[in-house]
Design a protein around this ligand. Structure first.
Ligand code: ATP
Length: 215
């Protein structure tokens, strides 16, 4: 059964780094990939754009292809988006279908600070996407947890519903939403770091123009 892979994030705004690694992950895993914007991210300061604005940007970004889709379930839930709640919910909907949580290497290194992080493996596999320009070290807790879970062959993720960790070697793109917000705040035009659909309507990027970056 084709796995369902979820790529969560703030997407404030969605950029070509997100889209490219999600696209390549779907190829490498032969999986359906859904981009899943988070509500109030528990680990970080509030996004600059509202949920509705972030969804509008994602919709504009995903136009013209069907491999990557959008899942707004976390925005429909009250309060902070805890991934564990989302995975429990999806697991009860999907039965035995394999589920993969896609995380950039930076997000993966921070996993032990997440709510009920060890339980994530009861519901999903984790696919780790390499990300350049970010120095990350795994804590001992994380290293010990993943050692027996590591696999190299994506086929394994088709055969069992959850519990494995795979590193996915994607084309490194050193793009971050922080950098894009900085450029927009300075009045610059990061045209080729963002999906072209975001430039169709000039009001889409308005939330970032002239805003001082807090992060
Ligand atoms: P910010 O700069 O605001 O922290 P971001 O660019 O890291 O934003 P997020 O929406 O926070 O984007 O990231 C969502 C997910 O995408 C995370 O798992 C993150 O590691 C991953 N990700 C973002 N950009 C890249 C990239 N260029 N390469 C690989 N993974 C990425």
């Amino acid at each position: 059964m084709k796995p369902l892979a979820l790529f969560g994030g703030t997407f404030d705004p969605v950029h070509l780094g997100h889209l490219s690694v999600a696209w390549e992950a779907s190829e490498l895993l032969d999986a359906e990939v859904r981009l899943m914007p988070a509500n109030v991210p528990p680990h970080r300061s509030a996004p600059t754009a509202t949920s509705a604005q972030r969804v509008a940007m994602l919709k504009a970004a995903l136009q013209g292809q069907s491999r990557l889709t959008l899942d707004t379930r976390e925005l429909r839930r009250e309060g902070p988006s805890y991934t564990i709640d989302t995975l429990r919910e999806l697991r009860s909907e999907l039965g035995e279908r394999p589920l993969v949580l896609l995380l950039g290497a930076d997000a993966f290194a921070g996993l032990p600070s997440w709510q009920s992080w060890r339980e994530l493996f009861d519901h999903a596999h984790i696919g780790v996407l390499n990300r350049p320009g970010i120095d990350v070290e795994w804590s001992t807790d994380l290293a010990v947890e993943i050692l027996p879970r590591r696999v190299n062959d994506p086929k394994v993720l088709h055969e069992i519903p959850a519990g494995k960790v795979i590193e996915l070697s994607v084309t490194p793109l050193e793009i971050s939403a922080t950098r894009i917000r900085e450029l927009l705040a300075e009045g610059r035009d990061p045209r080729y770091l963002l999906p072209c659909g975001l430039f169709d309507d000039p009001s889409v990027l308005a939330p970032y123009r002239g805003v001082r970056n807090e992060k």
